[in-house]
Design a protein around this ligand. Structure first.
Ligand SMILES: NC(=O)c1ccc(NCc2ccccc2)nc1
Length: 245
């Protein structure tokens, strides 16, 4: 997977590959991250990347000329690569979008600063606009790092245990079940007995039931998009009865 991130703050973005799963994936060549600074595509002596908005209003915008040059330079280098602009006006990010991008092979992530970018850059070169949530940040870099992290962990071989990414919550459209590790008892709280039983069928059933119940209680909206099969419906009814007792 080849990422090209267009940003005025390359060091900020590069920190995403400093540690952990993403850092190891980059070291192992599963993923490649290149940060490109539009300031390197300016032609004036002051290397100007921003300017005032037509029509007045607060703040500055990123200039279109150096952005277009930067995007086109990376498009040439990467061949077919989707250009994704991170902005509060974008499509809300979901796991399915990360999964799809992880299968693309490459992506160009465009990070805005100031009040955003000239709209003509979006018209001419942006394929998709994504938002990581309904809030405004000082730049698109953190959003781009979310995408790099979320995609990289989905790459085959990226996670130690094969199953973990596939078994992720949100992969099946549900929230995750509760998790426990040693010690068995802490501050008078015990691990649910079923998890100590060694009965993998019971354990799987319990985990599914917890995931269904938690989703119903915390994010009933997610259940709107998920068609439950008969056995899941039974599990959910059992869960809801148990919490009433
Ligand atoms: N919610 C997000 O994904 C997000 C993305 C970028 C961002 N800040 C940069 C920016 C500000 C205004 C217009 C375009 C980009 N804030 C939040």
């Amino acid at each position: 997977m080849q990422f090209s991130v267009i940003t005025l703050f390359p060091e900020l973005v590069e920190s995403v590959v400093a540690e952990g799963v993403v850092g190891r994936a980059e070291k192992r060549g599963l993923m490649e991250l290149k940060c490109v600074n539009p300031r390197d595509f300016t032609e004036d002596v002051h290397r100007t990347v921003d300017d005032r908005p037509y029509g007045g209003g607060p703040g500055m915008l990123m200039r279109p000329d150096c952005l277009l040059k930067t995007i086109r330079s990376e498009r040439e280098r990467l061949g077919k690569a989707k250009v994704i602009y991170l902005s509060p006006q974008g499509k809300p990010l979901e796991q399915s979008m990360l999964q799809a991008l992880s299968e693309e092979g490459s992506a160009i992530l465009l990070c805005g600063r100031y009040e955003g970018i000239d709209e003509r850059v979006i018209d001419l070169e942006v394929d998709e606009e994504w938002s990581i949530g309904d809030y405004v940040l000082s730049g698109g870099e953190l959003a781009a790092m979310v995408v790099v992290d979320g995609v990289t962990r989905l790459l085959p071989e990226a996670l130690g245990h094969k199953g973990s990414a596939i078994e992720d919550s949100f992969t099946d459209g549900l929230l995750d079940c509760p998790h426990y590790t040693r010690p068995e008892r802490i501050e008078d709280l015990d691990v649910p007995k079923v998890l100590l039983s060694g009965n993998h069928q019971h354990i799987e059933k319990w985990r599914k039931k917890q995931a269904l119940g938690r989703t119903q209680l915390r994010r009933p909206d997610l259940l709107q998009n998920t068609e439950l099969n008969e056995s899941d419906k039974v599990l959910l009814i059992e869960f809801m009865k148990e919490i009433k007792t």
